[in-house]
Structure formats: C-alpha cells, structure tokens
Design a protein around this ligand. Structure first.
Ligand code: TRP
Length: 454
C-alpha cells in the first residue's frame, strides 16, 4: 500500500486534490450557517474581501513552502529554514499545523458521519415525526453517532493509505465532477421551486448592525478554513507539485472554485429556508434541522432531493477529510520511516479517540462548557478553526515574507509580473500578519472573555 511516488503525475492532479480539499463541509455546512448567524450580506462581503486580500496570498505562501521545501509540513519548513539560515524553530509552525489538522479531523468526521446518517433518514422520509425531535434523538445517541463517524473515518483512511496517486488523485477524479453537478442541481431546484429572490437579498444585502470583532474573526476564520489554509494540507499537496507547474495560477483556480461553491451552497440552501419560512440563523443545525424540515415539507419529492443533498455533503466532506489526514500521515511516515499504511492506521486511531470526545459534546458531555465555549465539540472547533488556523496562517505569512524573500521569483511562483510579485510580498510581510493578529486578538477577547471594543 505504500505510495511509490511523491509527486503528482500531472498538473491537473494538484488542482483536483486542492479543490477537493478546499470544497467541503466548510462550504456547504459552514458557510451558509455562519452567514446566517452573522447577518447574511455583511458576512458574505467580509468573507469575499478576506478571501481575496488575505486568503489567496497566504494560500499561495503555504503551497510555496511545500513546493520549494519539498517535504512534509515539518521537514519542508526545516529544509527552507536551513537554506535561508533561519532558526530551526520555525518548524513549530508545521507542528502547530499538524496539531490543528488532528483536532479538525476529530470533529470533522463527526459532522460527516451525521451527514451520512441523515442521507438514510431523509431517504426513508420523516413521516409524521418532527425534524427537531429526530435531530435531538440522533445526536443524543452516543453509539449511533460513533458508528457513523467510524465508517467515515475508516473509508477516508483507506484512500489515504493507498497514497497520493493511487488513492487521492484517483478518488478526486470521480468525486469532484460529481460534486459540481450535484451543487448545480440543488441551486437549480432552489431557483425553480424555492424563494430565490429572498435568498439573494439575504445573502447580498448589507446589515451593518451585526458588525463586531466576532463577525470579522468568523469571516476570516471561515475564509482560511474553507481554503484549507493553516494546517499543512497545502504544504503537503504543494510538495507533490511538478516543478514546472505555475503556483500562482493554480492557486487562483482553486480559490475561485472554492468561493464559487460556497456561494452556490448558499443559493441552494436559503431559497428552501425562505420558501418554507424557516429560520436562517439556526447555526450548526441549519443543514440538519432546518433543511430536513424543508425536505419533509416537500413530501415524496423530498425523499429524493433530501438524500441527494446529503450525498453531496458527504462527497464534499470525504474529499476534504482525505486532505485533513494527509499532513499527519506523511509526517509520521517520513519522520519514523514507517510504511504509509501503518502511519495511516495510527493517525486514524488517534482521530477516533478525538472524535469520541467530540461526539460526547453532543450528548453525555453536552453540558460541560469550557470557558465561554458550550461543549467539547464547540471547544475543539474553536481551538482549531478560529485559534490555531489564524496563528499558523500568520506564521506561514511571516516565514515566507521575511525569511524566504530572496527565494521568491517568477521561476518559483510562475508569476512573471514584478508588480504582482512585490504586492504579494508586501501583503505577506505587513498586511496579513498585522491584520491576522489584530483580528485574532480582538476576536478571542470577545468570544472567550466577552470583551468588545466596538
Ligand atoms: N476546506 C475544507 C472545508 O471547507 C476543510 C479542510 C480540509 C481544511 N483541509 C483543511 C481546513 C486544512 C483547514 C485546513 O470543509
């Protein structure tokens, strides 16, 4: 099962794998519910702004580290640190990324498991039962949730175990086109049968009263999460990139595709939410409680559209889960020279334990709050998405901007325009670290301690 090569076979492979990674629960589950919680239009505008100004540059920086450092997230940074006569401690950025990836894997698998479970529930139809009661019963059942996430975890482990071209690339070739077709189908349904006008005005109109540090942090955190920045996925995938592939162009393609799917997901979900006069601010339960209400209102048709929707979510989650596992698997197998399959097994076992904690956050440990965070699930999600990703993103940005400046040229990046190259370096050196750290500090003060400055 060991991977024979450590390079993608062709230029398309990076695009497929990185897009498959980026497009996931973050787009279809996360983006709509966060937009709903943070006032719709304002969040969407902030999100798009941050994707362009911070997301794309830091995305490129992370791929750059992988592509030029050639190695797993820790060794790639170490190689570059040696070359640039920087301290070896920069590898902490790689370790922090791997830590984030394990935590994310732990809660991501749980949501994905719930999605798979809901595919079956939706197919069977809700009959007379109320979707809220169904949801409450599902998440209350520790063992059932454990069953579903385990299936998901094992399946993604198998693909990762097969390596990058036999496993990951092959899977993406099938999953990604399927995903695009499914999203378009759902948007089409929303346009024909739902309330598209309300959805559009909700997503693209400005409600300034919602504006606070938490909203900004949510938008940046969501942008980074959705683009798969900050936990080594892009370093790992970048290190498999053929030498002649243009990093700049490839990044623009992936970032554009990811953003398009997030907006499409909003346009698939909100027309149904408004058509059935449901609540857009339901939070993490939006795709479970709210959408199932919509599906059950549709009657028999819902028994077809519903499973289709959850299948779409599961496909998106699966290709992302693979990429979440990749950094720790390559790291482990290279660091301790173990076969890939063995490294994958260890990683999966560890994620299994973390997922148990995360599942407990839904039921047995539901009331154990950690500071201002409601339960262990929320705490893991916060620690990884809003806390670690932004820090690692800052580290990547500073490392590339300040320490690797001399190695940045059109050969390494594929960007021939000098002005653009300089702009990128300025963003990495100044704009991104200053804004990320400010947003990180203000956001944490507000969310953890309820201290707000505006
Ligand atoms: N971007 C994926 C999503 O939107 C999740 C993901 C995959 C991720 N790899 C990542 C998030 C790396 C952060 C870092 O669902």
């Amino acid at each position: 099962m060991q991977a024979k090569s450590n390079q993608w076979n062709n230029n398309l492979a990076f695009l497929l794998a990185a897009t498959g990674s980026a497009v996931g629960l973050g787009n279809i589950w996360g983006f709509p519910y966060k937009a709903g919680e943070n006032g719709g239009g304002l969040f969407v505008v902030l999100y798009l702004f941050f994707v362009i100004v911070l997301g794309l540059p830091v995305f490129m920086a992370e791929v750059f580290i992988g592509k030029t450092g050639k190695g797993n997230p820790v060794s790639a940074i170490e190689n570059l640190a040696v070359k640039s006569k920087s301290s070896k401690s920069w590898n902490l950025v790689g370790y922090a990324g791997i830590l984030a990836s394990l935590i994310i894997a732990g809660y991501y698998a749980v949501i994905a498991g719930l999605v798979v479970n809901y595919g079956f529930i939706a197919a069977a139809g809700f009959g007379v039962s109320d979707p809220s009661t169904v949801y409450a019963a599902e998440v209350a059942n520790f063992w059932e949730m454990t069953f579903w996430f385990s299936i998901f975890l094992i399946a993604s482990g198998v693909v990762v175990g097969y390596g990058i071209d036999k496993g990951i690339e092959k899977a993406m070739r099938i999953l990604l086109p399927m995903l695009f077709v499914l999203v378009i189908l759902m948007v089409g349904y929303g346009a024909v049968r739902g309330d598209m006008a309300s959805a559009l005005s909700y997503l693209f109109s400005w409600k300034a009263e919602q504006f606070n540090a938490g909203t900004i942090q949510a938008a940046v955190g969501q942008a980074f999460f959705s683009l798969s920045i900050g936990m080594g996925t892009l370093m790992a995938f970048g290190s498999y990139m053929p030498k002649d592939q243009k990093l700049g162009n490839a990044s623009v393609v992936v970032v554009t595709a990811d953003t398009a799917v997030a907006l499409f997901a909003g346009l698939a979900i909100f027309p149904l939410v408004f058509f059935f006069a449901l609540d857009p601010t339901a939070g993490t339960e939006l795709v479970f409680k709210t959408m199932t209400t919509a599906f059950s209102e549709m009657g028999l048709l819902g028994q077809f559209i519903g499973p289709l929707f959850y299948f779409l979510l599961a496909v998106a989650a699966f290709s992302s889960m693979i990429s979440i596992l990749e950094p720790s698997v390559v790291f482990l197998s290279e660091k301790f020279s173990m076969p890939r399959a063995k490294a994958t097994t260890y990683v999966i076992l560890f994620c299994f334990l973390l997922s148990l904690v995360s599942v407990a956050g839904f039921n047995v440990w539901k009331d154990i709050s950690i500071g201002a965070l409601d339960n262990p699930f929320e705490a893991m999600k916060y620690l990884a998405d809003d806390f670690l990703l932004l820090l690692v993103g800052t580290g990547i940005s500073v490392f590339v901007g300040w320490r690797l400046e001399n190695t940045i040229n059109s050969d390494a990046t594929g960007i021939t325009n000098k002005g653009l190259l300089n702009l990128w370096v300025i963003i990495l050196k100044w704009v991104s670290p200053i804004s990320l750290l400010t947003i990180w500090t203000l956001g944490n003060l507000q969310i953890l301690f309820d201290i707000s400055f505006f």
